[in-house]
Design a binder for this molecule. Structure first.
Ligand code: ZN
Ligand code: ZN
Length: 275
């Protein structure tokens, strides 16, 4: 089986364009058709939590305030009617565990994709709020990223750990850490082993300056030693990116020794044969 669980029906730069322009059956069908063509049986949407007004119950950040306009209940209802799995891309924000749990508990989701985009109030993948402007030392940025990720995973709030090594997103656009990357990965791997969270393989890394699959081979190998299960996604923001790079990704995963992928239904997980 092939899945694509980490998808956005709304592009990132739409600002406050109303959800009604994107959460339509016609738009969903464009993604479903692209999935059918790519042989993807399970298609789910995981819109960013900061798109929804409820996100402001979790965190007050200027970027979220700017974007938090959609209604989360209407979104979930739309997905259920549109033959799409209902997911959400939920940021892990340190110290907000109870607030995140409250929002998640209110909605009938198939899975929760957990992401770390922000380190304190600075972003790892957003140049306006760039963490690198605040912390210049790459080993400090990487250490903080993976410690934050480990903390988020350990809460047990998330089903899938999204783009696990997102901190590399800028590639050569930011300085590389001096320490062995495995040293930085360690806290996250420990949390993955403890919780059994599914680790996302995301082909989006190939479309970013990093030019590399999320996660890197060394991270994946450590996950396999820890007994982790993987989920497969493209993080598409347009239908053309659904299943992007999947042939190559499946080959890479087989090279790691992965034979199964995680499949979700109302937050219950099972595994299916990969491919
Ligand atoms: Zn993300
Ligand atoms: Zn995403």
């Amino acid at each position: 089986m092939l899945t694509d669980y980490h998808l956005h029906l709304r592009p990132d730069d739409v600002g406050t364009t109303p959800a009604s322009e994107y959460f339509t059956q016609a738009n969903a069908d464009r993604y479903l058709e692209a999935a059918a063509e790519a042989g993807i049986e399970e298609l789910g949407v995981s819109e960013h939590i900061h798109r929804f007004s409820e996100s402001l119950e979790i965190w007050d950040h200027p970027f979220w305030r700017e974007n938090a306009v959609d209604d989360l209940s209407e979104y979930v209802e739309f997905l259920r009617g549109a033959n799409l799995r209902a997911g959400i891309e939920m940021d892990w924000i340190s110290g907000k565990e109870d607030r995140i749990a409250n929002v998640l508990d209110r909605h009938d989701l198939d899975y929760v994709v957990g992401s770390v985009h922000f380190l304190r109030d600075r972003a790892v993948d957003h140049d306006v709020y760039d963490v690198w402007e605040e912390i210049a030392d790459p080993d400090k940025v990487w250490a903080l990223y993976f410690e934050t990720l480990a903390q988020g995973i350990s809460t047990g709030l998330f089903d899938i750990c999204a783009h696990p090594d997102l901190v590399k997103v800028w590639g050569e656009g930011r300085p590389a850490p001096r320490r062995d990357l495995r040293f930085h990965y360690e806290p996250a791997i420990e949390a993955i082993a403890d919780t059994g969270i599914a680790v996302e393989v995301s082909t989006a890394g190939w479309r970013k300056p990093a030019g590399e699959l999320y996660p890197a081979d060394a991270f994946a190998e450590m996950c396999i030693d820890a007994g982790a299960v993987f989920a497969l996604s493209s993080d598409a923001h347009v239908p053309e990116h659904v299943g992007h790079g999947y042939e190559r990704a499946v080959e890479v995963m087989r090279g790691w020794g992965v034979k199964e992928i995680a499949v979700f239904d109302r937050r219950e997980r099972r595994t299916e044969v990969l491919g």
